[in-house]
Design a protein around this ligand. Structure first.
Ligand code: SAH
Length: 358
């Protein structure tokens, strides 16, 4: 059975016998402050006769917070519990808005060498309820002057290995009457799973982030083994086709983690410019957040700035994502299973954490 908040308005209308009741119920539920801990016995605008039977066996699947860590820049990382599975969600405040970074899997199905989440292996798929629930929880704590208008699927997990649930979550986040986020303000980030990428571009209006992270298949395969199955040209080809075909605004972000000496040379910058020709993209450069035992290093700030400048000079819209929330391990690719005094180390505990982007 599907639970709220992952019922679409059409499904809710079917259950409640009218679209008006579905609208009333959704509007009311999303307007509640504080966030209700469970589904209420009554909802204004929906009679008992209809609401009671609907409630039977239904849950309002918002998570329990097991830990909350706030970094000095205001980034807050939540460890959330869903029936014994923990995931982490990050709230990133900016001027006038907050972005909520949600996880799509507990653990991950992919094996990117630089990402700490791989240490967990794959635990389980998250349900759409649990993805929207992460958003609702984090949204309920966003400051009034920075409401949670944006969502990025950049937490733990590979969204395109759990695409049905991710698509449903996107539908529920963007639907009227609530929470009605703009499609362009919801971004799904992929390590480059081609079949999922193609389906997502065909079926969703949300924005897309592709974690490219290298400019040749050889280098990319060293850090992202799946490149052998889906090479760079196939991934960028899918974006290029979509850019020509689509009739609505979609943002394409190219995420590029910079590793010292591996993918940060001037030649890489020039190749990146050539690769992205014909794709109206924005590049986010992410200096590698170090994670022990990978042998990878973070380039100097000078190298990052030089790489950035070279892309900008050649006309690419580029931002450097200097780490936010690194001190609480909420920055990209960092995770906490357990914390020790020296930093963060995996443990055998089922408590998991996220790799998330600011
Ligand atoms: N699986 C999805 C979403 C999770 S990773 C994806 O790959 O896009 C979110 C972002 O964090 C990706 O762009 C990834 O390349 C980046 N990332 C992962 N580990 C990192 C690290 N150690 N340092 C910096 N960025 C990292």
């Amino acid at each position: 059975m599907r639970h709220l908040p992952a019922l679409t308005v059409d499904e809710l209308a079917f259950e409640l016998g009218s679209r008006t009741r579905a609208f009333e119920a959704l509007k009311w539920l999303y307007a509640q402050r504080p966030l209700p801990a469970s589904l209420p016995d009554t909802v204004p605008g929906v009679s008992h006769r209809v609401w009671r039977p609907f409630l039977a066996g239904r849950r309002w699947q918002v998570p329990r917070v097991t830990e909350r860590q706030e970094s000095s820049d205001g980034t807050t990382k939540y460890a959330l519990d869903f029936d014994g599975t923990s995931v982490e969600t990050v709230r990133i405040p900016a001027k006038g808005r907050s972005t909520i970074c949600v996880s799509s899997q507990a653990g991950c199905t992919r094996r990117c060498t630089f990402c700490a989440t791989k240490e967990l292996g794959f635990i389980r798929q998250l349900k759409a309820e649990e993805m929207v629930g992460q958003y609702l929880l984090a949204r309920s704590e966003a400051p009034p002057d920075a409401p949670a208008t944006n969502v990025v699927f950049m937490g733990m997990g590979e969204p395109f290995d759990n695409l049905d649930e991710v698509l449903r979550a996107v539908d529920c986040l963007t639907q009227s009457p609530a929470p009605q986020l703009r499609h362009v303000a919801v971004t799904v980030s992929t390590s480059g799973v081609l079949p999922g990428l193609k389906r997502f571009l065909a079926e969703s209006k949300a924005s897309l982030a592709l974690s490219l992270n290298a400019t040749t298949d050889e280098v990319r395969a060293q850090v992202m083994p799946q490149t052998k199955t889906w090479p760079i040209a196939s991934l960028l080809g899918a974006l290029r086709e979509d850019a020509v075909r689509r009739r609505f605004r979609r943002d394409y972000f190219i995420e590029y983690v910079l590793f010292g000496g591996l993918n940060d040379t001037d030649a890489d910058a020039d190749r990146l410019v050539a690769l992205l020709e014909g794709i109206p993209s924005r590049v986010n450069l992410i200096p590698y957040n170090p994670y022990p035992g990978t042998g990878l290093t973070t380039p100097s700030a000078e190298r990052v700035n030089a790489f950035h400048a070279r892309l900008v000079q050649r006309g690419l819209l580029t931002m450097v994502r200097w780490p936010r929330g690194r001190e609480i391990a909420a920055a990209c690719g960092q995770l906490v299973l357990s914390k020790d005094s020296s930093g963060f180390s995996p443990s055998t505990s089922p408590t998991v954490a996220s790799a998330s982007c600011g």
